[in-house]
Design a protein around this ligand. Sequence first.
Ligand SMILES: [Zn+2]
Length: 359
Amino acid sequence: MAAALTVSARLDINGTRPPCAPTAGISLSRQDFEVHPLAEVETLAPETISTGKVGLGSLRTGADSAGGAGWHSSARHAGIDANLVVGHRNILLITLDSLRYDVARAAHVASRTPNLSRLLPPSGWEPRHAPGTFTWPAHHAIFAGFLPKPAVPGRPADRLFMCRPTAGKTIHAKTYVIEGANLVSGLADMGYRSVCIGGVEYFSSRTPLGSVFPNMFQHSYWSPEFGQSEYDSTRHQVQKALDVLEAAPDTETPSAGQPLTFMFLNVSATHVPHAHYLAHPRQGAPEAVDGWESQLAALAYADRHLGRLFDALPSIGPWLVIACADHGDAFGDDGYSGHGIGHPSVLTVPYAEALVDAR
Ligand SMILES: [Zn+2]
């Protein structure tokens, strides 16, 4: 869908645009796509992107489901009523580990992630604020329903999910209230089979710490080939996801008949190290290092395999798909490197949600 994209890619702090738009296949560099993480988000003209059905069945974004012709920052999250999702649709939650907002946005604009782009409204990835600065706190929050919050001024009140709050909290009409300690167990109580396809070490079950998240799910899968050090990790992760989805439900599932599935997938490819996704340097050139460009290359790699998963969804049933990063990563920004720190490059993450109908 993004192949015909003819929009400017740069948004600097002054809001100026470059004269030329990027096209598919060009060589990207960080300088070409320097986006201040907290700068105002450029709204792409809807006519520049042809949405519609691209092998995903009938796919609607939140804006579309709200009946809006466009996707506006003030109503970005207003479209999907989670109360019409839970109990009626499967749910796929993907965290693209460590993925920066500006990397995701640049990849989308340059048509490097055509499959993830299927999930996006005309405005592209929504910038949100991460609920934690590294995998551990961010996923604890996400699993409790605290998805990344819209990175817009004001106090965004609408949320897809919320654990039953204590007194004094306002519950948005389109928020699904989880009667449980977290989203995973709450959905399981509703009859969902919960599936974790792990990625980074926090999902490995190799240590007590690395067992906490997998143990939240009824079915958890991890092997070293799912981890961030494996060059072809997303291929292996997606294959496991497909195997699980295509297998007959087991008899341990609490609900009768065909149960709905809540599948969580932590994509490890976008977590360092990812310099190996860059083309081999010319002889004599410096070795590639982890950075902005290599994370974009890693995301483009992961996108190819995520497409196989997206293609399979409509044959399983209707879905809500949520894709986001758990946190970002600093690659020398203002002298900072890594995550676990409160730098905007870490706190600003891409977010998307879409409804996928059954075929
Ligand atoms: Zn992480």
